[in-house]
Design a protein around this ligand. Structure first.
Ligand SMILES: Nc1ncnc2c1ncn2[C@@H]1O[C@H](COP(=O)(O)OP(=O)(O)OP(=O)(O)O)[C@@H](O)[C@H]1O
Ligand SMILES: [Mg+2]
Length: 253
């Protein structure tokens, strides 16, 4: 059975003047240990889909389940990581930021929460700044803290909304490598949103392509792990995805 099952999900925003359909009848399933990427142009509803999986928004149509439970609201089984650098609590140290959800969810005692937090801070290479405050950190370091905080909760799935999009190209690359390194250690499940084809290919083992507004499923690309830069297959896949996204209707890879 899939870990996450999104089935025929339509998501709408109702404002005082209009109803905006963000996604229309989107279906996909995420298996345990997948690095599942949602890829599509700006405005196609990627963030909206992630919000819905996070439990912050209810579908107008369709249903979403995690394990055997219907998603009805936010939960510690799904941790969200955003693009913005201000997602940390500015008045708390790195350690206190990572411990915070562990304590509020009453998952662990203070002592165990601290040990868990320190372990994940080490995993993202930030032991040196464990007592520092967010305003003293670079953007990349802040994102690593946010990732450590999400991972420390050991959720069923990590929801990442363009977590590296605001970083410079070199830091972005390092953060992508680190995420993959962390994944190879613990094989966590991640639902990762990006509008970069190259990032989707680097991060994902499966990629769901969404059409422009409103977001509908165009195709799913599977077995991305098999492509590589050495034999040029990554470049070919990048072109193929580009054509699928932008050149009208073609068949799935
Ligand atoms: N709070 C809101 N109220 C009304 N409409 C919204 C709201 N948030 C998003 N939308 C609309 O829903 C659609 C999907 O937005 P969403 O933010 O999910 O796109 P996205 O794929 O994440 O785009 P980007 O790549 O730019 O982050 C857009 O047309 C957007 O204008
Ligand atoms: Mg978005």
């Amino acid at each position: 059975m899939a870990l996450l099952d999104v089935s025929g999900v339509t998501l709408r925003y109702k404002t005082s003047s209009a109803v905006v359909t963000a996604t229309e009848r989107v279906s996909f399933t995420v298996d345990r240990s997948d690095r599942f990427v949602l890829l599509g142009p700006s405005g196609c509803g990627k963030s909206t889909l992630l919000k819905a999986v996070g439990g912050y928004m209810s579908p107008s149509e369709g249903r979403m389940t995690i394990g055997d439970r219907e998603i009805r609201g936010p939960g510690a089984d799904r941790m969200m990581i955003f693009q913005e650098f201000d997602q940390l609590l500015p008045w708390k140290s790195v350690l206190a930021n990572v411990m915070f959800p562990l304590l509020t969810a009453r998952k662990l005692s203070r002592k165990d929460a601290e040990a868990r937090a320190r372990a994940y801070i080490e995993k993202v290479g930030l032991t040196r700044v464990v007592d520092a405050y967010p305003h003293t950190l670079s953007g990349g370091m802040k994102q690593r803290v946010a990732i450590a905080r999400g991972m420390a909760m050991e959720p069923d799935i990590l929801l990442m909304d363009e977590p590296f999009a605001a970083l410079d190209a070199l830091t972005r690359r390092t953060c992508q490598d680190e995420l993959l390194q962390l994944w190879s250690e613990t094989k966590f499940t991640v639902l990762f949103v990006t509008h970069s084809i190259a990032e989707a290919i680097r991060i994902g083992n499966r990629i769901l392509l969404l059409s422009p507004h409103p977001g509908r499923v165009k195709a799913e690309v599977v077995d991305v792990d098999k492509v590589s830069n050495e034999d040029g297959s990554a470049g070919r896949l990048e072109k193929e995805i580009h054509d699928l996204l932008f050149a009208g209707e073609a068949t799935a890879h």
